[in-house]
Write a protein that binds this ligand. Structure first.
Ligand code: ZN
Length: 279
């Protein structure tokens, strides 16, 4: 049987769906998928200026998000590396964070009906290890990045331990900006410049017909308790996070939108996970 030809192999080639991939969803309004991209086992909330007594669960969920819009598909964050799947926890501890991963991002995308070749845009909330783990797999998409984050990712101070996980993005087609970026030009999907956690950190606003407006926090917050108790990592107090949090608070009011804190296990527990979706 002839080998199927995939879209990633070049424009103008015949396009067949890879075996085992669900049909690509056709949408008339944006859909938002919450994908399980792993869990961080962690017990030092002190790093976030919180005590263990103050935090209900010090572990962190690691979601990836997919937006299927009538004019294209956006992947927001790539989570923990797919290579961690099935590996023992003791092997996967990094900087005090134990990394657990049960399913690959690529496999969960296939369950939705999406292959890497179908993804128009890749955006990262920021370039820390739990957000860039599979970035290389999506380097054929157009990378939407803040200039400040691009500069630290490939500058002299880039973290050599993590650079290999996103190195392919150096050669990706890019849209580079400083500030907010309206992804599809219709106000429904907007990257919100929220520096502080990193110099080019960005959150994502998605306007959904039934659910309403949603802001995906990135690491503007890690624990819900940071928001309730007005806490943040000490180094972020003077790094822009207070102003970015105020900006998002005003934006949430203006848009009557909800804030989803991705690393909050309570958020992730209650979320509709892919292949289910929000619309
Ligand atoms: Zn994170």
């Amino acid at each position: 049987m002839p080998r199927p030809v995939y879209a990633a192999e070049g424009p103008g080639k015949a396009r067949a769906r890879p075996p085992g991939v669900a049909p690509l969803p056709k949408v008339t309004a944006p859909r938002l998928y919450v994908i399980d991209c792993g869990t961080l086992v962690y017990n030092r909330p002190e790093d976030y200026s919180l005590t263990r007594e103050e935090v209900a669960d010090t572990n962190m969920s690691v979601p990836c998000f997919l937006v299927i819009h009538p004019h294209g598909i956006l992947l927001f964050d790539t989570g923990l590396s797919d290579r961690l799947v099935g590996r023992p926890l003791w092997e996967n501890v990094d900087g005090g964070y134990g990394q657990i991963k049960f399913d690959t991002l690529s496999g969960q995308l296939a369950d939705i009906g999406v292959t890497a070749a179908d993804i128009t845009y890749l955006a990262l909330s920021h370039s820390h290890f739990d957000h860039i783990g599979n970035a290389n797999d999506y380097a054929a998409s157009i990378w939407l990045t803040q200039k400040a984050e691009l500069d630290i990712m490939f500058g002299a101070r880039a973290d050599r331990a993590y650079l290999p996980l996103y190195a392919a993005l150096a050669h990706a087609r890019k849209v580079v900006f400083e500030g907010d970026h309206d992804v599809f030009g219709d106000g429904t999907v907007i990257l919100k410049f929220t520096p502080g956690h990193t110099p080019g950190h960005q959150a994502l606003y998605v306007k959904l017909a039934k659910t309403g407006g949603v802001v995906l926090s990135g690491d503007l917050y890690h624990y819900a308790e940071e928001r309730a108790l007005h806490r943040m990592p000490k180094e972020e107090q003077t790094a822009g996070t207070p102003a970015s949090r105020e900006l998002i608070d005003r934006f949430l009011k203006e848009k009557n939108a909800q804030l989803w804190i991705g690393h909050s296990t309570a958020f992730f527990r209650d979320a509709v996970k892919s292949p289910g979706w929000y619309e």
